[in-house]
Write a protein that binds this ligand. Structure first.
Ligand code: BG6
Length: 503
């Protein structure tokens, strides 16, 4: 690996503290950092380097797998420097350029300069332009820019931002992060699908009845009310994380694991999604907002009572969508996506619901507990894959009982998976963009959602809050899926766990 320097804009911010520095420290402890590496933290706050290192150390203690102790921590901390500067001034970039020259001088190979934008999104375009203006983006193989979601607030602002970034950086230098793509269980979807001959032959409309993708959170908006008010569940989660899951589950096999080949196959899925016409939004999408309720035996406030939230807010904290993928493989198979805050359980799962057998030969009494076969990819908090099928209940009569077969990471591998950011930062250093979003993919995702966003903005909800915290969301989301003859599954990871623990 080439020597690498991370220039982190927003170095004093939460993302750097909580995710970036802890992940870099874990990579360092695991021997995955190049021998020449440095971190240049850039921010406007008056922070001495000693205090900043101490602050990072607290973050590492809290969020890393490794403890920040002794010689190792001192060596790591010595590579961190700080530049107090304003992101909007030319002078800042001249100073950064000087620091980069210092880093490069005397080093062998081609040192990599990674510009990580851990700032509020309003600075993304401007920083990219300044970097270009200062000549810091010129070397295609060496300069990389990393941008976090949200990539735009809607299609038009995404395109504007893209023009600003691509005005300075070539697409191959841009790493757009969707941290879900760094999760081990999400990366395993491709391996599971394309390294095993078992399921791929039945992974299509002939055998699959419908697919549900759930990212349920039991937390509320926490301290992010002000941001969330302008985002909502559709922009915050569906536009990126759930769309990425949809792509991985529905894509065709790639010819190779070349980054553009994988991303071509993913974007094909989004291009095949049937556009939702404005008149169809109510039949294809449902929204909700949580009211007061009980979560984990604790009373929690309504969304409208959270800090930074308007008392009459129309922002949705729950969104669900029915999408049809118009291609050969998936014709007629609905994909239902849902996500929400303050739901009954934390559970992120993709469930493939299989069709029934063509003929039920068993008497009705034998199959009272019958449930269709389902394969569930459990992303978190339980990490694994479970398969539900029918078995014969032991006894003289034939009685069918659904049972679960499982693969769990904790049982199979016995080591905790790395944090998503470790994988993402490692790939940025390697220059491998496979698990990063390409601009055409982000654009296609915004295009799919535009009619829903516009319709929802034009018709403020009259019934918010429409679900109590600690439940599974609003009634209209149940109606959305029931109208299609389908049902939201309860978390399979929990069902399977209960079944395993049954006396
Ligand atoms: C972020 C969203 O992208 O993902 C948050 O902005 C959400 O609202 C978070 O809570 C979920 O990510 P994770 O990794 O905690 O499941």
């Amino acid at each position: 690996m080439e020597p690498s320097i991370f220039v982190i804009f927003g170095g004093a911010g939460d993302l750097t503290w909580r995710k970036l520095v802890p992940a870099l420290f874990d990579l360092y402890m695991d021997g995955r950092m190049p021998s020449g590496f440095a971190i240049l933290s850039v921010d406007a706050v008056a922070e001495g380097i000693g205090k900043l290192r101490q602050h990072y150390r607290d973050g590492v203690r809290k969020f890393s797998h490794h403890a920040p102790e002794g010689k190792k921590w001192n060596e790591f901390a010595a590579r961190i420097s700080y530049l107090r500067a304003d992101f909007t001034e030319d002078e800042t970039y001249a100073k950064i350029s000087g620091r980069l020259d210092d880093f490069d001088s005397g080093r062998e190979g081609k040192p990599v300069h990674i510009f990580y934008l851990a700032t509020p999104p309003r600075f993304f375009g401007e920083i990219a332009e300044h970097l270009g203006g200062a000549g810091l983006a010129r070397k295609r193989e060496q300069a990389r820019i990393v941008v976090e979601k949200p990539i735009g607030h809607d299609l038009a602002s995404m395109l504007r931002l893209n023009r600003q970034i691509t005005g300075s950086f070539h697409e191959s230098q841009i790493f757009r992060i969707d941290h879900f793509l760094g999760k081990e269980t999400v990366r395993n979807i491709l391996v599971f699908r394309f390294a095993n001959p078992l399921f791929e032959p039945i992974w299509d409309r002939r055998y699959v009845d419908y697919v549900t993708i759930t990212v349920a959170e039991s937390i509320g908006v926490e301290h992010r009310g002000a941001y969330y008010e302008h985002a909502g569940a559709l922009r915050d989660m569906i536009q990126n994380h759930l769309m990425q899951l949809l792509c991985l589950v529905a894509m065709e096999p790639p010819l190779s694991f070349d980054s553009n080949e994988v991303r071509n196959k993913k974007v094909d899925v989004l291009h095949a999604v049937r556009p939702i016409s404005p008149g169809q939004v109510d039949a294809s999408a449902a929204r909700g907002q949580y009211g007061r309720g009980i979560v984990e035996d604790r009373e929690v406030p309504a969304y409208r009572e959270e800090d930074g939230v308007a008392p009459d807010s129309s922002t949705e904290t729950y969104a669900s969508l029915k999408l049809m993928v118009d291609n050969w493989r998936w014709q007629g198979v609905p994909f239902y996506l849902r996500t929400g805050k303050r739901l009954a359980e934390e559970a992120s799962e993709v469930s493939i619901h299989f069709k029934n057998v063509p003929h039920q030969a068993f008497p009705r009494e034998a199959s009272l507990n019958w449930l269709p076969a389902a394969l569930v990819i459990c992303i978190q908090p339980q990490e694994g894959i479970v398969l539900r099928f029918q078995a014969k209940l032991p006894g003289p009569e034939i009685v069918l009982e659904p049972v679960w077969m499982h693969f769990l990471y904790e049982e199979a591998f016995r080591t905790p998976p790395p944090d998503a950011y470790e994988t993402l930062l490692w790939d940025v250093m390697l220059g491998d963009a496979t698990i990063f979003m390409r601009s055409d993919q982000v654009e296609a995702a915004w295009s799919i959602l535009t009619p829903v966003i516009e319709h929802w903005e034009a018709t403020p909800p009259a019934d918010f809050p429409n679900y109590a915290a600690g439940t599974w969301g609003p009634l209209n989301a149940e109606v959305l899926i029931t109208m299609g003859g389908c049902a939201w599954p309860s978390p399979a990871s929990l069902e399977a766990k209960r079944a395993r623990e049954k006396p």
